[in-house]
Design a protein around this ligand. Structure first.
Ligand code: GLU
Length: 317
């Protein structure tokens, strides 16, 4: 009787979560190919096939975020939904990609069942606010670790390092890198590090911004903009979806001070003062780096965008 009641309550919670998720996630996924061949198919969802089994008896002394997760019996994770092989939701509503699996890996280490993960789609410009306001417990979505953002949130990682590049139409030979953008219309996402770099360096005065990169890609396919700029990891995913129409220039933006590509170090965004959780997540990442899980996840997801990868060095602070 008691068991039945608990089971019924659990089912009700699951149902409620499911309904809440539907309400939140009811927005149609924009077509990455600009609507020229319909919505992305479920084939666009890449997965490593890893099973993330929840750890048992997890305790994180001094972590208010973990206490909140435990009390709620669920974790709320901020993600992207339109970045192929990274943070993606296919036409059937399935979420997949490298960031999604990293998010699931962390949830499992926290002892959370995959069914108790609630995803919230948060655009680049709204990440700090969402983390600060407790709208999400953590964020996994091509989120670069920067000193400026560290004033508002904290980061575990990095778990990947990307570089800024350009996505153009396949037949465009006039755009060859950052120094060929004068007079060109360049699109990127509001609140992102790449758009800021284009502005700071005055690479062009024709800058168009949207909340998401998929909107920029639609504009590129419709010839309303000449290039999309952001991390190569993101752009390669879009190019892989429309290989006959788009290409990545393949010339990373270089920092004149170092002579190297500006590193876009992907971190897991966490509440600013939760050092206990940051240490825990870093340890979880470190274990995945060394036991082969990271590699398996990468190869099955982001690796499908066309580049080999290996785990970066963690920056514990
Ligand atoms: N990694 C860059 C950033 O955090 C660009 C990608 C994004 O907007 O998520 O701003």
């Amino acid at each position: 009787m008691r068991i039945t009641r608990i089971a019924a309550a659990a089912a009700a919670v699951t149902l409620a979560l499911g309904l809440a998720a539907c309400g939140k996630e009811g927005t149609p996924t924009p077509s990455a190919d600009g609507g020229t061949s319909g919505a992305p198919t479920s084939d666009a969802c890449t997965s490593s096939g890893t099973t993330f089994t929840p750890a048992s008896g997890v305790a994180i002394a001094g972590s208010p975020t973990f206490e909140k997760i435990k009390a709620a019996g669920k974790v709320v994770i901020g993600v992207k939904f339109d970045q192929p092989n990274l943070g993606y939701k296919d036409a059937s509503g399935k979420r997949c990609g490298f960031d999604i699996e990293i998010a699931q890996l962390i949830a499992s280490k926290l002892g959370i069942d995959p069914a108790k993960i609630e995803y919230k789609e948060i655009a680049s410009a709204n990440r700090e606010t969402a983390i600060k306001g407790g709208e999400v417990d953590y964020y996994v979505g091509t989120y670069s670790i920067t000193e400026k953002r560290k004033a508002d949130v904290s980061f575990a990682g990095p778990y990947f390092v990307a570089a800024q590049d350009l996505l153009v139409r396949k037949d465009d030979t006039s755009i060859t890198g950052a120094d060929s953008l004068k007079g060109k219309t360049v699109c990127s996402a509001t609140g992102s590090t790449p758009i800021q770099r284009v502005r700071d360096q005055k690479l062009t005065d024709k800058i168009v911004e949207f909340k998401t990169y998929s909107e920029c890609v639609s504009q590129l396919l419709d010839k309303k903009v000449d290039a999309v700029t952001t991390d190569d990891a993101i752009l390669k995913g879009f190019a892989a979806q429309s290989p006959s129409q788009l290409k990545v220039v393949g010339k990373p933006f270089v920092d004149p001070a170092t002579g190297k590509a500006y590193p876009e170090k992907y971190g897991i965004g966490l509440p600013h003062d939760d050092k206990a959780l940051r240490d825990f997540v870093n340890a979880a990442l470190e274990a995945a780096f060394t036991d082969g899980t990271w590699q398996k996840v990468y190869d099955g997801t982001l690796g499908k965008s066309g580049s080999a990868g290996s785990p970066p060095a963690l920056e514990k602070y």
